[in-house]
Structure formats: structure tokens, C-alpha cells
Ligand binder design. Structure first.
Ligand SMILES: Cc1ncc(COP(=O)(O)O)c(C=O)c1O
Ligand SMILES: N[C@@H](CCSC[C@H](N)C(=O)O)C(=O)O
Length: 394
């Protein structure tokens, strides 16, 4: 493995190394076993119990480490459980710094830590790297948690500059990037200064909405070992069947993302031509278009837009036929949602208002369908909601 040629991402992601398989299986087998027999009371093998380790999960983790550029990767039962593992490295009295636009479930876990364990989170505007400076405390700051692009307002954080500020001022702090929206194909946080990159594997990595998973990538062995300790201690390692599904799904990440992204660019263009305010880093109108281009190799396939009226937004979402009304993103099928009613409903309304999260916001997650069908369906939904004039086709 170490001597072999390094290929480009799309090649590496589809190439799962499995040199030790006794039958040369083309697909890594599912070791659907809770325990592993030992030769004697004292001679244990590599595996004893699947909470501690399972061969299918190990194959997945080795593959993930390769595609994420991580020293060690770990697979757990959901994206939230990945964040739970990371936050268990924080002690009572220490602090977290996170964005003021972020996934609703992440906000919920951070609020829980504040209430139950005296771990305070400062929510800051991560679009300005220097906004972090007043909050960095060499003693208290333990985690700096960045989502970029953010869910759902698609704001961008300057990972290299923020990582430098954090490491200069707080040697004990870890920079953690939620890379769910970009995937390691488009954005590589560990190569830009982050200590941990994590994902909801439920989304682009698996791609088909048929499993829940979380993925952690550590930049060094020490952090990797600490994360593994928590996973074994708490028992949230990914089961063998879901590990196999994720290993299967990730192989097509590059082709799926290329197709989804190309269509998302078309959808953004269509909405902007009709005068909507679109949040998408592939748009030249995005205030951080240049920054995103520096830190990522593409804009991805999630965008959000404002209609100016909650009622109109509800009508658009409900009129869509091909776009399913659904939380989540990263699936091969296209989805439409209203974050304030759905994925971000757990953020109290007054906090959503304080953070300027528009109630009328619609989020679109573009799948792999024919883009002309997606545009036709979006047009009919916008027309029937009264958001645009009825268009006559030439
Ligand atoms: C950006 C982001 N991070 C993390 C999560 C949590 O992932 P999961 O649903 O797999 O727990 C989600 C969605 O749920 C998300 O949108
Ligand atoms: N009821 C769930 C909602 C999950 S939202 C999933 C996804 N991250 C998204 O942004 O759509 C919850 O309260 O966690």
C-alpha cells in the first residue's frame, strides 16, 4: 500500500485496497459478527468484540483515512455522534467557539453541553476570520468548530487563517471542521490547518439516504487515539452492515458530486435570473466567492434562496413534485426544504431571529436527475406559488 502510486481523488475513492482477503473478494465482506474467537485464554487476535473493532469497519476507516488525507479515520453511528465524540474531549469550564449559522442539531448539542456540563459556546460570525480573536483564551478555549459552507446560509469560513490564529494563541485548542457539505472531494480541511475533520456520512459520503453514519478524520495519531478511546468507551462505532454500505456508497462520490454540482450551478443561475437572492458559493454574487474558490475546488450542490414571504415559500415547497420535501442533503435525489420549519426548527425562534436566519429561506439539495426536469419542476412550483410570472416556452 505504501509503495503504490498515488492516484487522483476519483481513482483513489473507487479503489478499495483489500490485499489480505483469502478469496480475493472484489467487495470487502460484511463481518456480521459481534465477537471473535480466541486461540487461547491469553492469545487474542486483532479483533475480540465489534464495539472495539470489526474488520469491515477497519476497511472502511482505512479507506476513509486515505481519501480524507487523515492520519486516522473513524466511523460512528451518525454525524451527531461524531460531534458527540469530539466534544467529549472538552472538560467542564473549558470553552468552544462556533459559528452563528450552523446546523440545528449541532446548535442543540452545544446548548446541551452549556446547560448540563458548564461548557460554554461563543457563537461568532465565522465569515470574518478576525472575529475569533477576542474569544481565543489560551486556558479556556478547547475547540473551534467551523462549518464551511454553513448550513443553511452557505457562509464561508477562512479555514487556513482561523486555524493559524487558533494555533498561535491557544496551543491546546483543536480546530474542527464539519466538512459535510463539501466532502473530501471538494474541500480538504486537514491540509489547511484543521486538527479534525468530520462528516455526517449520512449525506454525500454514502449518497443514497439508506444509512446513518458519522466520520471523523484526525490529523495526528494522538488526537486519533483520543477519539478512538471515546468511541470504544461509549460504544458508538459503526456496525458492519452500515460500514459496508458506506464503503459501497463512497466509491461513486466524485461522479455524483460532479453531476450534482453541475446541475446546482444551473439551478442557481435560473433562480438569480428570476431575481431571487441565492446563497451559493458558485455564484459570483456570493460575498465570499473568492475565498471559497481558494479553499475548495467546487461550490457543491446545496443552495438556499429567499422569496421574501414565508407563505410563498411554503407554497413553492408544497408545489414541487420531483423535489421531495425532506430534511438532509447529499442524496442522489433532489430535495427541497424550509430550514426554519424543518432542519433548524430546534433553534428557538428568537435565536433564529437574533442570528438573522430568514424564516422564508428555502434550501435546495440538487441530485443526479436530468437538470432540465429539475428546472421544469422548479419553474412550475414557482409559478403555481405566484413567485414568478408564468413562462411561455419558445
Ligand atoms: C452540516 C451537518 N453536520 C452534521 C449533521 C448531523 O449528521 P447526522 O444527521 O448524520 O447525525 C448534519 C445533519 O444532520 C448536518 O447538516
Ligand atoms: N428531526 C431532526 C432533523 C434532522 S435535519 C438533517 C440535516 N442535517 C439537514 O440539515 O437537513 C433533528 O431534529 O435533528
Amino acid at each position: 500500500m505504501t509503495d503504490r502510486k498515488q492516484y487522483r481523488f476519483a481513482t483513489e475513492v473507487v479503489t478499495v485496497d483489500n490485499p489480505d482477503d483469502p478469496h480475493n473478494a472484489a467487495s470487502v465482506p460484511i463481518y456480521q459478527s459481534a465477537t471473535f474467537k480466541q486461540k487461547s485464554a491469553t492469545a487474542g487476535g486483532e479483533y475480540d468484540y465489534s464495539r472495539s473493532g470489526n474488520p469491515t469497519r477497519t476497511h472502511l476507516e482505512n479507506h476513509l483515512a486515505k481519501v480524507m488525507g487523515a492520519k486516522r479515520a473513524l466511523a460512528v453511528t451518525s454525524g451527531m455522534s461524531a460531534l458527540d465524540v469530539i466534544t467529549r474531549l472538552v472538560r467542564a469550564g473549558e470553552e468552544i467557539i462556533a459559528g452563528d449559522d450552523l446546523y440545528g442539531g449541532t446548535n442543540r448539542l452545544l446548548s446541551f453541553l452549556d446547560k448540563s456540563q458548564n461548557i460554554k459556546t461563543h457563537h461568532i460570525d465565522t465569515t470574518r476570520a478576525d472575529a475569533i480573536l477576542p474569544y481565543l483564551d489560551p486556558v479556556k478555549t478547547r475547540l473551534v468548530l467551523l462549518e464551511t459552507p454553513t448550513n443553511p446560509l452557505i457562509k464561508i469560513a477562512d479555514i487556513p487563517t482561523i486555524s493559524r490564529y487558533v494555533h498561535e494563541k491557544c496551543p491546546n485548542a483543536l480546530v474542527v471542521v464539519d466538512n459535510t457539505m463539501m466532502s473530501p472531494y471538494l474541500q480538504r480541511p486537514l491540509e489547511m490547518g484543521a486538527d479534525i475533520s468530520y462528516h455526517s456520512g449520512t449525506k454525500y459520503l454514502s449518497g443514497h439516504h439508506d444509512l446513518m453514519a458519522g466520520v471523523l478524520g484526525a490529523k495526528n495519531d494522538d488526537v486519533g487515539d483520543q477519539l478512538y478511546y471515546v468511541i470504544n468507551a461509549t460504544g458508538c462505532g459503526l456496525g458492519p452492515f452500515d460500514s459496508w454500505l458506506l464503503l459501497r456508497g463512497i466509491k461513486t462520490l466524485a461522479v455524483r458530486m460532479d453531476k450534482q454540482q453541475a446541475s446546482a450551478i444551473r439551478v442557481c443561475d435560473y433562480l438569480e435570473r428570476h431575481g431571487f437572492k441565492v446563497h451559493y458559493p458558485g455564484s459570483r454574487k456570493h460575498p465570499q466567492y473568492e475565498l471559497h474558490k481558494r479553499i475548495a475546488s467546487g461550490p457543491g450542490a446545496v443552495l438556499s434562496f429567499e422569496t421574501g414571504d414565508v407563505g410563498i415559500s411554503e407554497r413553492i415547497v408544497e408545489a414541487a413534485k420531483l423535489w421531495s420535501i425532506s430534511v438532509s442533503f447529499g442524496c442522489v435525489n433532489s430535495l427541497i426544504s424550509m430550514p426554519c420549519r424543518m432542519s433548524h426548527a430546534s433553534i428557538p425562534a428568537h435565536i433564529r431571529a437574533e442570528r438573522a436566519l430568514p424564516e422564508d429561506l428555502i434550501r435546495l439539495c440538487i441530485g443526479i436527475e436530468d437538470v432540465e426536469d429539475l428546472l421544469d419542476d422548479l419553474a412550475q412550483a414557482l409559478e403555481s406559488a405566484g413567485a414568478i410570472e408564468v413562462e411561455t416556452k419558445a
